[in-house]
Design a protein around this ligand. Structure first.
Ligand SMILES: Cc1cc2nc3c(=O)[nH]c(=O)nc-3n(C[C@H](O)[C@H](O)[C@H](O)COP(=O)(O)OP(=O)(O)OC[C@H]3O[C@@H](n4cnc5c(N)ncnc54)[C@H](O)[C@@H]3O)c2cc1C
Length: 527
């Protein structure tokens, strides 16, 4: 079995598959355990003990997510995460201390998930209800477990293509060896788990340098579908680097990142006026102020740090490869998905993963995808011949500079006016420009050595940007992180999930699965 990607989703998948008796190889674009946003951040996990607090978390998750979530999936993730956190503790990972304390704010402050965590308190065994993990330590420990479980880990081996047999069953992958002169590698397997993370469009967010949407492109090229791509506009607030130090303005970097990311600071404008109240309210007001060209500061112990917005795209958004079962199977036989590469609407709905759901989902979906893929692999018969799935940006020579492709994609994704606020006009403008670049990307982008990897990433970024724009244009309402200035309210008719796909021609259609919609008072207007 192959696992592509060695972030939390990939390592849990590899471990689960190995424990189910599969022979597993894991390939990472960089170094497994030291790459991706978890490895570079202190992450909180959606880890809530059984009981009323968990039920409340599910109810709140559904409401916060614009009723696009699924209570059964949420309950399963909460239960699985709780089990795996326990397992981590048994393996010797030490929770607690200052970092865990950060996850126990005052009940009055912070967004919904923080309030529910604080309200639930420690469980009967004295464990904190919600925990933060030091990402680097957590993944280092997991890597050790992989080695002990016999998983072969290939660092600096980016996957560029999937392999499929004559029936279209995915049965391997190929790529290049970064530390060995970019020589090609190819590996056959009876099942493949994609765990390559999301797409943050090279925005510069911590650990998102590898989140270039490679897995989404590989899945669609193999015939896969996507879901929730319109919910790809997650932004974070980070300190502005190299900002001038003025009276009362502290130089950046002095607020510890977890405090900032977890909203323990007060956000204010140039005049010192507090923006929007506590928690998400203040964040929304801060983004609106930044989009209007105003300055926003975080107040921290009577000092102020200037902030800017950084797009996290589908990393803390929702969109990704569509899953069709609790075993994390995709619509492509032999291909399973875990973590940020997958669509997370059942867990986060339209709201994205700012409440620790990303880390919880990576853990849970990793375990399920690993076990599901191992089961699928056991049922495979004799292997026939397999071929690389053809894809964009894979030419041996380059007729187009990947930097030009990346630059155009960034122009149409990174600014708040392109992704935080959307309108039919701006979306159509983006689609026209991005579509115009696709044929050249598909047929003339490529290269050798490091250019080959860069070209493939550029193709993935462009493909992901197009799927997000088409999906955002189709959803003519505002819901969760999807904000349309020309359709500013949620509309009951749109309480449905959107699927997307296609390469030369992008398609978007409604998911036919039934969702029970609960009106949200004045938020909802009739179509
Ligand atoms: C600043 C920031 C803070 C965050 N804080 C939190 C938090 O507090 N709580 C929370 O729950 N979530 C948080 N998240 C989200 C969380 O980090 C992600 O949900 C989680 O890392 C997803 O894990 P993953 O394994 O799916 O993907 P990733 O962690 O992105 O790992 C993907 C791996 O795949 C590899 N890869 C990529 N492309 C290829 C390829 N082509 N071939 C081979 N390997 C490849 C990468 O090198 C990487 O190792 C945060 C995200 C950011 C950006």
């Amino acid at each position: 079995m192959l696992v592509l990607g060695g972030g939390p989703a990939g390592v849990w998948a590899a471990l689960a598959a190995a424990r189910a008796g599969a022979r597993v190889a894991l390939f990472d674009k960089a170094r497994c355990g030291a790459s991706g946003p978890t490895a570079k951040n202190s992450v909180s996990l959606w880890n809530i003990p059984p009981g009323p607090a968990r039920e409340e978390a599910v109810a709140r998750g559904l409401a916060d997510g614009g009723h696009l979530g699924d209570p059964e999936w949420m309950a399963r993730v909460l239960a699985e995460t709780y089990r795996r956190v326990d397992q981590l503790a048994r393996w010797g990972y030490r929770f607690g201390g200052e970092r865990a304390g950060l996850c126990q704010p005052s009940p009055a402050a912070g967004p919904a998930w923080l309030r529910s965590a604080a309200a639930s308190g420690p469980d009967a065994a004295g464990r904190p209800a919600r925990i933060c993990v030091d990402g680097a330590h957590y993944l280092t420990r997991m890597r050790r477990c992989l080695v002990l479980a016999g998983v072969r880990v290939f660092d600096y081996h980016p996957a560029l293509q999937l392999l499929a047999d004559a029936e279209g069953v995915v049965c391997g992958a190929s790529g290049v060896q970064v530390r060995n002169g970019f020589r090609a590698w190819s590996a056959r397997a009876d099942a493949v788990v994609l765990a390559t993370g999301g797409c943050a469009f090279y925005s510069g967010g911590a650990g998102t340098d590898v989140a270039t949407g490679d897995g989404l492109l590989m899945a669609v090229e193999a015939g896969g579908e996507l879901s929730g791509m319109e919910f790809s506009s997650a932004y974070s607030l980070v300190p502005v680097c190299a900002a001038p130090s003025a009276a009362g303005v502290r130089m950046p970097g002095s607020i510890p990142a977890p405090e900032l990311s977890q909203h323990f600071t007060t956000l204010c404008d140039e005049s010192g006026a507090v923006l929007g109240g506590a928690g998400f309210g203040s964040r929304a007001a801060a983004f609106e102020a930044l989009a209007d060209g105003r300055r926003v500061y975080a107040s921290w112990h009577a000092e102020r740090v200037p902030l800017r917005a950084v797009l996290e795209g589908t990393v803390r958004g929702t969109g990704g490869v569509r899953l069709i079962g609790f075993d994390c199977a995709t619509t492509v036989p032999g291909l399973f998905g875990a973590g940020d590469v997958t669509g997370r609407e059942p867990i986060t709905g339209a709201a994205g993963g700012f409440g620790g759901q990303g880390g919880a989902w990576a853990m849970s979906s990793g375990v399920w995808a690993g076990a599901g893929a191992a089961r699928f692999a056991r049922g495979r018969g004799l292997r026939g011949p397999a071929w690389p799935v053809p894809g964009a940006g894979l030419h041996t020579a380059s007729g187009i500079d990947p930097r030009a492709v990346i630059g155009l994609v960034q122009e149409h994704t990174l600014p708040l006016r392109r992704s935080y606020w959307r309108s039919a006009g701006s979306l159509r403008d983006s689609i026209a420009e991005l579509d115009a670049l696709w044929p050249a990307t598909a047929f003339a982008l490529g290269g050798s050595g490091p250019d080959r990897v860069r070209a493939r990433e550029a193709a993935a970024l462009l493909a992901v940007a197009r799927w997000t724009k088409y999906s955002a244009l189709a959803r003519t309402e505002s819901r969760g992180m999807h904000r349309r200035t020309d359709h500013p309210v949620a509309v009951e008719r749109w309480c449905t999930r959107l699927l997307a796909g296609g390469l030369d021609t992008v398609w978007v259609r409604e998911d036919q699965c039934a969702l029970s919609c609960t009106p949200q008072g004045s938020d909802l207007a009739s179509a």
